[in-house]
Design a protein around this ligand. Sequence first.
Ligand code: P5A
Length: 444
Amino acid sequence: MRLSKYFLPLLKENPKEAEIASHRLMLRAAIIRQQAAGIYAWLPLGKRVLDKICTIIREEQDRAGAQEILMPTIQSADLWRESGRYEDYGKEMLRLADRQKREMLYGPTNEEMITDIFRSFVRSYKSLPLNLYQIQWKFRDEIRPRFGVMRSREFLMKDAYSFDSDEEGMRASYHRMFVSYLRIFARLGVPAIPMRADTGPIGGDLSHEFIILAETGESAVFCDKKYLSLPVPPANIDFADDKKLRHIVRQWTELYAATEEMHLETGAWAALPAGDRLAARGIEVGHIFSFGAKYSAPMGAVITGADGKNTPVLMGSYGIGPSRLVAAIIEASHDEQGIIWPRAIAPFSVGLITMKTGDKAGDALAESLYAELQQAGFDCLFDDSAERAGAKFAAMDLIGLPVQLIIGPRAAAQGEVEVKLRASGRREVLSAAAAVNFIKSFFA
Ligand code: P5A
Protein backbone atom coordinates (compact mmCIF):
# COMPACT_ATOMS: atom_id res chain seq x y z
CA MET A 1 0.00 0.00 0.00
CA ARG A 2 1.24 3.45 -0.90
CA LEU A 3 0.86 5.96 1.89
CA SER A 4 -0.01 8.64 -0.67
CA LYS A 5 -3.22 6.71 -1.41
CA TYR A 6 -3.90 5.31 2.06
CA PHE A 7 -6.52 6.73 4.41
CA LEU A 8 -4.33 7.30 7.45
CA PRO A 9 -5.38 10.57 9.10
CA LEU A 10 -2.66 10.69 11.80
CA LEU A 11 -3.14 13.26 14.56
CA LYS A 12 -0.21 15.55 15.37
CA GLU A 13 -1.39 16.50 18.85
CA ASN A 14 -2.19 14.31 21.82
CA PRO A 15 -5.99 14.19 22.12
CA LYS A 16 -7.02 15.71 25.45
CA GLU A 17 -9.73 13.18 26.24
CA ALA A 18 -7.32 10.22 26.22
CA GLU A 19 -6.08 9.30 29.70
CA ILE A 20 -4.00 6.22 28.92
CA ALA A 21 -1.30 5.46 26.38
CA SER A 22 -3.23 2.99 24.26
CA HIS A 23 -6.19 5.34 23.81
CA ARG A 24 -3.89 8.22 22.93
CA LEU A 25 -1.92 6.13 20.46
CA MET A 26 -5.00 4.58 18.88
CA LEU A 27 -6.41 8.05 18.17
CA ARG A 28 -3.10 9.52 17.01
CA ALA A 29 -2.27 6.53 14.78
CA ALA A 30 -5.72 6.71 13.14
CA ILE A 31 -6.77 3.28 14.35
CA ILE A 32 -10.12 4.36 15.74
CA ARG A 33 -12.33 7.43 15.84
CA GLN A 34 -14.95 8.11 18.48
CA GLN A 35 -18.47 8.47 17.05
CA ALA A 36 -20.36 8.76 20.35
CA ALA A 37 -19.45 8.11 23.99
CA GLY A 38 -17.96 4.61 24.10
CA ILE A 39 -18.73 3.96 20.42
CA TYR A 40 -15.94 3.86 17.86
CA ALA A 41 -15.35 3.56 14.14
CA TRP A 42 -12.41 1.46 13.04
CA LEU A 43 -10.23 3.13 10.41
CA PRO A 44 -8.22 1.14 7.83
CA LEU A 45 -5.09 0.61 9.96
CA GLY A 46 -7.18 -0.52 12.94
CA LYS A 47 -9.44 -2.72 10.84
CA ARG A 48 -6.38 -4.60 9.61
CA VAL A 49 -5.24 -5.29 13.19
CA LEU A 50 -8.72 -6.31 14.31
CA ASP A 51 -9.00 -8.70 11.37
CA LYS A 52 -5.63 -10.27 12.10
CA ILE A 53 -6.61 -10.85 15.72
CA CYS A 54 -9.92 -12.40 14.64
CA THR A 55 -8.15 -14.67 12.15
CA ILE A 56 -5.92 -16.09 14.87
CA ILE A 57 -8.90 -16.55 17.19
CA ARG A 58 -10.85 -18.35 14.44
CA GLU A 59 -7.97 -20.65 13.55
CA GLU A 60 -7.49 -21.68 17.16
CA GLN A 61 -11.19 -22.05 18.00
CA ASP A 62 -11.69 -24.18 14.86
CA ARG A 63 -8.67 -26.27 15.82
CA ALA A 64 -10.26 -26.92 19.22
CA GLY A 65 -13.41 -28.20 17.52
CA ALA A 66 -15.65 -25.13 17.81
CA GLN A 67 -17.82 -24.17 14.82
CA GLU A 68 -18.43 -20.60 13.74
CA ILE A 69 -21.92 -19.17 13.41
CA LEU A 70 -23.27 -15.63 13.38
CA MET A 71 -26.18 -14.51 15.53
CA PRO A 72 -28.01 -11.18 15.26
CA THR A 73 -27.06 -8.22 17.46
CA ILE A 74 -30.73 -7.45 18.15
CA GLN A 75 -32.58 -9.90 20.37
CA SER A 76 -36.11 -10.22 21.62
CA ALA A 77 -36.82 -9.38 25.27
CA ASP A 78 -39.03 -12.48 25.59
CA LEU A 79 -36.01 -14.75 25.27
CA TRP A 80 -34.38 -12.98 28.19
CA ARG A 81 -37.55 -13.21 30.26
CA GLU A 82 -37.29 -16.99 29.98
CA SER A 83 -33.92 -17.04 31.73
CA GLY A 84 -34.89 -14.36 34.21
CA ARG A 85 -32.09 -12.05 33.12
CA TYR A 86 -34.27 -9.44 31.41
CA GLU A 87 -34.92 -7.66 34.69
CA ASP A 88 -31.65 -8.66 36.38
CA TYR A 89 -29.38 -7.19 33.72
CA GLY A 90 -30.43 -3.69 34.67
CA LYS A 91 -29.33 -0.46 33.07
CA GLU A 92 -26.34 -1.98 31.27
CA MET A 93 -28.75 -3.44 28.75
CA LEU A 94 -29.72 -1.23 25.83
CA ARG A 95 -33.45 -1.72 25.42
CA LEU A 96 -35.32 -0.83 22.22
CA ALA A 97 -38.79 -1.08 20.82
CA ASP A 98 -39.62 -1.77 17.18
CA ARG A 99 -42.52 -0.16 15.26
CA GLN A 100 -44.93 -2.80 16.57
CA LYS A 101 -43.82 -1.77 20.07
CA ARG A 102 -42.20 -5.16 20.55
CA GLU A 103 -39.50 -5.06 23.21
CA MET A 104 -36.05 -5.74 21.83
CA LEU A 105 -32.54 -5.32 23.06
CA TYR A 106 -29.04 -5.00 21.66
CA GLY A 107 -27.28 -8.14 22.87
CA PRO A 108 -24.76 -7.72 25.71
CA THR A 109 -24.03 -11.48 25.43
CA ASN A 110 -25.81 -14.45 23.83
CA GLU A 111 -26.38 -17.29 26.32
CA GLU A 112 -30.17 -17.08 25.87
CA MET A 113 -30.11 -16.96 22.09
CA ILE A 114 -27.70 -19.87 21.70
CA THR A 115 -29.78 -21.92 24.15
CA ASP A 116 -32.82 -21.18 22.00
CA ILE A 117 -30.99 -22.31 18.85
CA PHE A 118 -29.80 -25.45 20.60
CA ARG A 119 -33.22 -26.46 21.96
CA SER A 120 -34.86 -26.12 18.58
CA PHE A 121 -32.54 -28.65 16.92
CA VAL A 122 -30.78 -30.96 19.38
CA ARG A 123 -32.52 -33.72 21.33
CA SER A 124 -29.98 -36.47 21.95
CA TYR A 125 -26.71 -36.90 23.82
CA LYS A 126 -25.43 -38.45 20.59
CA SER A 127 -25.15 -34.97 19.02
CA LEU A 128 -22.81 -33.86 21.82
CA PRO A 129 -20.34 -32.43 22.60
CA LEU A 130 -21.06 -29.32 20.59
CA ASN A 131 -19.37 -25.93 20.65
CA LEU A 132 -20.66 -22.99 18.60
CA TYR A 133 -18.99 -19.59 18.48
CA GLN A 134 -19.36 -16.25 16.80
CA ILE A 135 -17.46 -12.99 16.51
CA GLN A 136 -20.08 -10.29 16.82
CA TRP A 137 -20.62 -6.78 18.20
CA LYS A 138 -22.08 -6.44 21.67
CA PHE A 139 -23.47 -3.46 23.55
CA ARG A 140 -23.29 -2.76 27.27
CA ASP A 141 -24.39 0.61 28.43
CA GLU A 142 -21.50 1.10 30.86
CA ILE A 143 -21.95 4.07 33.20
CA ARG A 144 -18.41 5.20 32.61
CA PRO A 145 -17.11 4.05 29.25
CA ARG A 146 -13.44 4.96 29.29
CA PHE A 147 -10.02 4.37 27.91
CA GLY A 148 -11.29 4.15 24.33
CA VAL A 149 -12.06 0.62 23.14
CA MET A 150 -10.65 -0.81 26.37
CA ARG A 151 -13.97 -0.24 28.12
CA SER A 152 -16.39 0.82 25.44
CA ARG A 153 -20.15 0.51 25.17
CA GLU A 154 -20.11 -1.16 21.76
CA PHE A 155 -17.37 -3.77 21.49
CA LEU A 156 -16.48 -6.86 19.53
CA MET A 157 -16.65 -10.20 21.31
CA LYS A 158 -15.77 -13.72 20.35
CA ASP A 159 -18.30 -15.75 22.29
CA ALA A 160 -18.31 -19.53 22.28
CA TYR A 161 -20.90 -21.79 23.91
CA SER A 162 -20.42 -25.46 24.77
CA PHE A 163 -23.06 -28.16 25.24
CA ASP A 164 -22.51 -31.48 26.99
CA SER A 165 -24.61 -34.29 28.38
CA ASP A 166 -22.69 -34.86 31.62
CA GLU A 167 -20.36 -33.16 34.11
CA GLU A 168 -17.25 -34.88 32.80
CA GLY A 169 -18.00 -33.78 29.25
CA MET A 170 -18.70 -30.24 30.44
CA ARG A 171 -15.31 -30.11 32.15
CA ALA A 172 -13.60 -31.49 29.05
CA SER A 173 -15.23 -28.71 26.99
CA TYR A 174 -13.89 -26.17 29.50
CA HIS A 175 -10.39 -27.67 29.21
CA ARG A 176 -10.49 -27.47 25.41
CA MET A 177 -11.37 -23.78 25.51
CA PHE A 178 -8.82 -23.09 28.26
CA VAL A 179 -6.02 -24.65 26.19
CA SER A 180 -7.25 -22.95 23.02
CA TYR A 181 -7.04 -19.60 24.86
CA LEU A 182 -3.45 -20.25 25.92
CA ARG A 183 -2.58 -20.77 22.27
CA ILE A 184 -4.54 -17.74 21.06
CA PHE A 185 -2.84 -15.28 23.41
CA ALA A 186 0.61 -16.76 22.82
CA ARG A 187 0.13 -16.43 19.06
CA LEU A 188 -1.03 -12.85 19.44
CA GLY A 189 2.36 -12.16 21.00
CA VAL A 190 1.03 -11.23 24.44
CA PRO A 191 0.84 -14.19 26.76
CA ALA A 192 -2.11 -13.99 29.14
CA ILE A 193 -2.26 -15.48 32.62
CA PRO A 194 -5.40 -17.39 33.66
CA MET A 195 -6.77 -16.37 37.06
CA ARG A 196 -9.71 -17.73 39.06
CA ALA A 197 -12.56 -15.28 38.75
CA ASP A 198 -15.93 -14.16 39.95
CA THR A 199 -18.75 -15.12 37.61
CA GLY A 200 -20.94 -12.00 37.91
CA PRO A 201 -24.09 -11.85 35.78
CA ILE A 202 -23.07 -14.82 33.59
CA GLY A 203 -23.20 -17.24 36.55
CA GLY A 204 -21.78 -20.66 37.41
CA ASP A 205 -19.05 -21.72 39.81
CA LEU A 206 -16.04 -22.40 37.59
CA SER A 207 -14.50 -19.43 35.85
CA HIS A 208 -11.15 -18.02 34.76
CA GLU A 209 -10.16 -14.62 33.50
CA PHE A 210 -7.23 -14.33 31.11
CA ILE A 211 -5.11 -11.34 32.02
CA ILE A 212 -2.46 -9.48 30.03
CA LEU A 213 0.13 -7.76 32.19
CA ALA A 214 0.48 -4.02 31.59
CA GLU A 215 1.58 -1.24 33.92
CA THR A 216 -1.61 0.72 33.32
CA GLY A 217 -3.92 -2.28 33.68
CA GLU A 218 -7.28 -1.66 35.33
CA SER A 219 -6.82 -4.10 38.18
CA ALA A 220 -4.00 -5.22 40.44
CA VAL A 221 -2.95 -8.85 39.95
CA PHE A 222 -0.79 -11.15 42.02
CA CYS A 223 0.87 -14.26 40.64
CA ASP A 224 3.78 -16.63 40.66
CA LYS A 225 6.58 -15.48 38.33
CA LYS A 226 6.86 -19.01 36.98
CA TYR A 227 3.77 -18.25 34.85
CA LEU A 228 6.00 -16.18 32.59
CA SER A 229 7.99 -19.24 31.54
CA LEU A 230 5.36 -21.99 31.36
CA PRO A 231 5.34 -23.85 28.02
CA VAL A 232 2.44 -23.05 25.67
CA PRO A 233 0.64 -26.13 24.23
CA PRO A 234 1.83 -26.86 20.67
CA ALA A 235 -0.30 -26.53 17.52
CA ASN A 236 -0.60 -30.30 17.15
CA ILE A 237 -2.08 -30.78 20.62
CA ASP A 238 -4.84 -33.40 20.48
CA PHE A 239 -8.06 -31.71 21.56
CA ALA A 240 -9.71 -35.11 21.89
CA ASP A 241 -7.24 -36.15 24.59
CA ASP A 242 -8.86 -34.79 27.74
CA LYS A 243 -6.27 -36.39 30.02
CA LYS A 244 -3.56 -34.36 28.34
CA LEU A 245 -5.65 -31.18 28.36
CA ARG A 246 -6.50 -31.63 32.03
CA HIS A 247 -2.81 -31.92 32.78
CA ILE A 248 -2.11 -28.66 30.96
CA VAL A 249 -4.96 -26.88 32.74
CA ARG A 250 -3.64 -28.12 36.07
CA GLN A 251 -0.15 -26.85 35.22
CA TRP A 252 -1.61 -23.43 34.39
CA THR A 253 -3.87 -23.22 37.43
CA GLU A 254 -1.92 -24.74 40.30
CA LEU A 255 0.50 -21.80 40.62
CA TYR A 256 -0.73 -18.81 42.57
CA ALA A 257 -2.61 -16.26 40.47
CA ALA A 258 -5.34 -13.90 41.65
CA THR A 259 -6.97 -10.67 40.69
CA GLU A 260 -7.50 -7.99 43.32
CA GLU A 261 -10.97 -9.30 44.25
CA MET A 262 -9.75 -12.88 44.82
CA HIS A 263 -6.32 -12.10 46.32
CA LEU A 264 -5.41 -13.01 49.92
CA GLU A 265 -2.19 -11.74 51.47
CA THR A 266 -1.99 -14.83 53.66
CA GLY A 267 -1.76 -18.49 52.67
CA ALA A 268 -0.34 -19.51 49.28
CA TRP A 269 0.84 -15.99 48.40
CA ALA A 270 2.66 -15.53 51.70
CA ALA A 271 4.27 -18.96 51.29
CA LEU A 272 5.83 -17.98 47.94
CA PRO A 273 9.50 -16.95 48.13
CA ALA A 274 9.64 -13.15 47.68
CA GLY A 275 11.62 -13.55 44.45
CA ASP A 276 8.81 -15.59 42.89
CA ARG A 277 6.07 -13.07 43.66
CA LEU A 278 4.83 -10.89 40.86
CA ALA A 279 2.56 -8.05 41.93
CA ALA A 280 1.58 -6.21 38.79
CA ARG A 281 -1.35 -4.69 36.97
CA GLY A 282 -3.40 -6.47 34.37
CA ILE A 283 -6.12 -6.20 31.74
CA GLU A 284 -8.83 -8.84 31.35
CA VAL A 285 -8.93 -9.91 27.72
CA GLY A 286 -10.78 -13.20 28.05
CA HIS A 287 -13.21 -14.79 30.46
CA ILE A 288 -14.53 -18.35 30.49
CA PHE A 289 -17.44 -19.82 32.44
CA SER A 290 -18.95 -23.20 33.20
CA PHE A 291 -22.51 -22.90 34.46
CA GLY A 292 -24.20 -26.24 33.82
CA ALA A 293 -27.98 -25.92 33.61
CA LYS A 294 -28.33 -22.24 34.55
CA TYR A 295 -29.92 -21.34 31.17
CA SER A 296 -30.91 -24.75 29.81
CA ALA A 297 -33.11 -25.64 32.81
CA PRO A 298 -35.39 -22.56 32.79
CA MET A 299 -35.39 -22.46 28.99
CA GLY A 300 -36.18 -26.15 28.54
CA ALA A 301 -33.09 -27.12 26.55
CA VAL A 302 -33.34 -30.80 27.39
CA ILE A 303 -31.54 -33.80 25.94
CA THR A 304 -32.15 -37.51 26.18
CA GLY A 305 -29.18 -39.36 27.69
CA ALA A 306 -27.86 -42.87 27.00
CA ASP A 307 -30.05 -44.09 29.86
CA GLY A 308 -33.17 -42.68 28.20
CA LYS A 309 -33.58 -39.95 30.83
CA ASN A 310 -34.23 -36.34 29.91
CA THR A 311 -31.96 -33.74 31.53
CA PRO A 312 -31.10 -30.12 30.84
CA VAL A 313 -27.98 -29.83 28.67
CA LEU A 314 -24.86 -28.63 30.51
CA MET A 315 -23.28 -25.47 29.17
CA GLY A 316 -20.30 -23.16 29.37
CA SER A 317 -19.50 -19.85 27.67
CA TYR A 318 -16.15 -18.48 26.62
CA GLY A 319 -15.45 -14.85 25.77
CA ILE A 320 -12.59 -12.87 24.27
CA GLY A 321 -12.72 -9.16 23.44
CA PRO A 322 -10.88 -8.60 20.15
CA SER A 323 -11.50 -4.85 20.20
CA ARG A 324 -10.29 -4.56 23.82
CA LEU A 325 -7.32 -6.74 22.84
CA VAL A 326 -6.09 -4.13 20.37
CA ALA A 327 -5.92 -1.59 23.20
CA ALA A 328 -4.52 -4.08 25.72
CA ILE A 329 -1.76 -5.14 23.36
CA ILE A 330 -0.77 -1.52 22.76
CA GLU A 331 -0.84 -0.91 26.51
CA ALA A 332 1.57 -3.83 26.95
CA SER A 333 3.71 -2.94 23.93
CA HIS A 334 4.57 0.71 23.23
CA ASP A 335 7.20 3.34 23.97
CA GLU A 336 7.51 7.14 23.92
CA GLN A 337 7.51 7.15 20.11
CA GLY A 338 4.45 5.02 19.59
CA ILE A 339 3.05 1.53 19.14
CA ILE A 340 5.24 -1.58 18.89
CA TRP A 341 3.08 -4.23 17.20
CA PRO A 342 3.80 -7.90 17.87
CA ARG A 343 4.63 -9.25 14.43
CA ALA A 344 1.63 -11.62 14.19
CA ILE A 345 -0.91 -8.80 14.29
CA ALA A 346 0.94 -5.79 12.86
CA PRO A 347 -1.27 -3.99 10.31
CA PHE A 348 1.62 -4.14 7.83
CA SER A 349 4.81 -6.14 8.28
CA VAL A 350 7.16 -3.62 6.72
CA GLY A 351 7.28 0.17 6.46
CA LEU A 352 9.30 1.49 3.55
CA ILE A 353 10.58 5.06 3.65
CA THR A 354 12.44 7.13 1.10
CA MET A 355 14.28 9.95 2.85
CA LYS A 356 14.46 12.14 -0.20
CA THR A 357 11.60 11.82 -2.65
CA GLY A 358 12.81 12.75 -6.15
CA ASP A 359 16.22 11.18 -5.67
CA LYS A 360 16.44 8.89 -8.69
CA ALA A 361 18.48 6.03 -7.21
CA GLY A 362 16.46 6.10 -3.97
CA ASP A 363 13.07 6.13 -5.71
CA ALA A 364 14.11 3.30 -8.05
CA LEU A 365 15.42 1.17 -5.19
CA ALA A 366 12.27 1.79 -3.16
CA GLU A 367 10.02 0.82 -6.09
CA SER A 368 11.92 -2.38 -6.72
CA LEU A 369 11.95 -3.34 -3.02
CA TYR A 370 8.24 -2.54 -2.74
CA ALA A 371 7.46 -4.79 -5.71
CA GLU A 372 9.70 -7.59 -4.49
CA LEU A 373 8.26 -7.59 -0.96
CA GLN A 374 4.73 -7.66 -2.27
CA GLN A 375 5.60 -10.53 -4.57
CA ALA A 376 7.07 -12.42 -1.63
CA GLY A 377 3.73 -11.99 0.17
CA PHE A 378 4.64 -9.27 2.69
CA ASP A 379 2.25 -6.40 3.31
CA CYS A 380 4.31 -3.30 3.00
CA LEU A 381 3.32 0.31 3.68
CA PHE A 382 5.40 2.50 1.37
CA ASP A 383 5.71 6.11 2.48
CA ASP A 384 6.14 7.60 -0.98
CA SER A 385 5.05 11.07 0.16
CA ALA A 386 7.18 14.18 -0.17
CA GLU A 387 7.24 14.80 3.62
CA ARG A 388 10.59 15.56 5.22
CA ALA A 389 12.52 12.56 6.50
CA GLY A 390 12.03 13.45 10.20
CA ALA A 391 8.26 13.50 9.87
CA LYS A 392 8.29 10.17 8.01
CA PHE A 393 10.41 8.57 10.74
CA ALA A 394 8.10 9.84 13.47
CA ALA A 395 5.00 8.59 11.63
CA MET A 396 6.53 5.12 11.12
CA ASP A 397 7.51 4.88 14.78
CA LEU A 398 4.03 6.00 15.80
CA ILE A 399 2.23 3.32 13.77
CA GLY A 400 4.72 0.73 15.01
CA LEU A 401 5.30 -1.64 12.06
CA PRO A 402 7.86 -4.31 13.11
CA VAL A 403 10.44 -3.62 10.37
CA GLN A 404 11.34 -0.34 8.70
CA LEU A 405 13.35 -0.09 5.51
CA ILE A 406 14.90 3.35 5.20
CA ILE A 407 16.33 4.45 1.89
CA GLY A 408 18.70 7.42 1.90
CA PRO A 409 20.30 8.88 -1.25
CA ARG A 410 23.85 7.92 -0.36
CA ALA A 411 23.20 4.28 0.52
CA ALA A 412 20.76 3.94 -2.38
CA ALA A 413 23.55 4.85 -4.82
CA GLN A 414 25.33 1.72 -3.49
CA GLY A 415 22.15 -0.38 -3.71
CA GLU A 416 21.94 -0.41 0.07
CA VAL A 417 19.14 0.17 2.56
CA GLU A 418 18.95 0.65 6.31
CA VAL A 419 16.91 -1.97 8.15
CA LYS A 420 15.45 -0.81 11.48
CA LEU A 421 13.63 -3.02 13.96
CA ARG A 422 10.89 -1.09 15.73
CA ALA A 423 10.99 -3.14 18.95
CA SER A 424 14.71 -3.03 19.71
CA GLY A 425 15.68 0.01 17.67
CA ARG A 426 18.46 -2.07 16.11
CA ARG A 427 19.68 -0.69 12.77
CA GLU A 428 21.81 -2.26 10.09
CA VAL A 429 22.76 -1.27 6.55
CA LEU A 430 22.30 -4.16 4.11
CA SER A 431 22.25 -4.72 0.38
CA ALA A 432 18.70 -4.76 -1.01
CA ALA A 433 18.85 -8.54 -1.50
CA ALA A 434 20.14 -9.12 2.03
CA ALA A 435 17.37 -6.89 3.42
CA VAL A 436 14.68 -8.97 1.71
CA ASN A 437 16.27 -12.16 3.03
CA PHE A 438 16.42 -10.65 6.48
CA ILE A 439 12.69 -9.87 6.35
CA LYS A 440 11.90 -13.38 5.14
CA SER A 441 13.72 -14.95 8.08
CA PHE A 442 12.38 -12.37 10.57
CA PHE A 443 8.77 -13.32 9.77
CA ALA A 444 9.43 -17.04 9.15
C1 P5A B 1 -18.55 -15.23 27.85
C2 P5A B 1 -18.94 -15.26 26.41
C3 P5A B 1 -19.28 -12.99 28.77
O1 P5A B 1 -20.02 -12.13 28.37
N1 P5A B 1 -20.78 -14.58 27.71
C4 P5A B 1 -20.40 -14.95 26.36
C5 P5A B 1 -19.62 -14.48 28.57
N2 P5A B 1 -18.12 -12.73 29.39
S1 P5A B 1 -17.56 -11.28 29.74
O2 P5A B 1 -16.43 -11.46 30.61
O3 P5A B 1 -18.57 -10.43 30.24
O4 P5A B 1 -17.04 -10.65 28.39
C6 P5A B 1 -16.13 -11.37 27.59
C7 P5A B 1 -15.00 -10.48 27.12
O5 P5A B 1 -15.49 -9.36 26.40
C8 P5A B 1 -14.66 -8.25 26.58
N3 P5A B 1 -15.43 -7.10 27.12
C9 P5A B 1 -15.28 -5.82 26.72
N4 P5A B 1 -14.47 -5.26 25.82
C10 P5A B 1 -14.54 -3.92 25.65
N5 P5A B 1 -15.39 -3.12 26.32
C11 P5A B 1 -16.25 -3.63 27.24
N6 P5A B 1 -17.09 -2.85 27.89
C12 P5A B 1 -16.20 -5.05 27.48
N7 P5A B 1 -16.88 -5.89 28.30
C13 P5A B 1 -16.40 -7.14 28.06
C14 P5A B 1 -13.59 -8.66 27.56
O6 P5A B 1 -12.42 -9.03 26.85
C15 P5A B 1 -14.19 -9.85 28.26
O7 P5A B 1 -13.22 -10.74 28.74
